[in-house]
Design a protein around this ligand. Structure first.
Ligand code: GRF
Length: 202
């Protein structure tokens, strides 16, 4: 895939499985023109995801396909890749997508897949990063936007921000602080990537 973006802005596909607050933050940044991009579609694997309501409210087309219909993960991903290519998607933005992508998908969109993780990577990898940080009694954690590579939560960081864990924080208050930082930095990180890709850099 050519590194340079062929047109103004970038065509985004946002992948969600749940609440979709990061999808909303990215979409809001696009609508307020802080992020020079278009949210072309949402890919969702969960028919109960609240993210679907958000897409509907904002007239964003949804690709809702249950992975359980497929014997192999690659077969599910092949359909998604075909749709993304037909829609000329430039960047895949993972926003709480609770599936691990196979090397097939990662290769198909190599260097074009971003993820947001609720910790200051490489600390607290995995699906329970906020809880793990809270229970570890660490004094700080954070948020990382990173490139997606075959190794989970291990791709190069694009943007990171630290978040302090205060003595009076509860798990709920820490989650709230982390999500606020996520919503602030994900659009910024995407904008940074778009500018880099447009100038032919990575
Ligand atoms: C976020 O905390 C994100 O870092 C993690 O999953 C959560 C998704 O939240 N990957 P939402 O669905 O965007 O509200």
């Amino acid at each position: 895939m050519s590194r340079r973006l062929p047109h103004d802005g970038a065509r985004l596909a946002v992948f969600c499985s749940g609440f979709g607050s990061n999808f909303q933050a990215v979409l809001d940044a696009v609508l307020s023109k802080k992020l020079k991009a278009e949210v072309v579609l949402m890919v969702c694997d969960n028919p109960k995801a609240y993210a679907l309501e958000r897409a509907k409210k904002n007239n964003i087309p949804v690709v809702l396909i249950s992975p359980h219909l497929f014997a192999a993960r690659e077969a599910y991903e092949k359909i998604i890749v075909r749709i993304l290519k037909s829609q000329q998607i430039d960047l895949v933005v993972l926003a709480g997508f609770m599936r691990i992508l196979t090397p097939y998908f990662i290769h198909a969109y190599r260097g074009r897949i971003l993820n947001i993780h609720p910790s200051y990577l490489p600390h607290f990898k995995g699906a329970h990063a906020i809880r793990d940080a809270f229970e570890s009694k660490a004094k700080e954690t954070g948020v990382t936007v990173h490139w997606v590579t075959v190794k989970v939560d291990a791709g190069p960081a694009i943007l990171q921000r630290k978040v302090k864990i205060n003595r009076n924080d509860t798990l709920a208050s820490l989650e709230k602080k982390i999500h606020a930082v996520e919503h602030e930095i994900y659009p910024k990180a995407i904008q940074r990537v778009i500018l880099r890709l447009r100038s032919g850099l990575r």
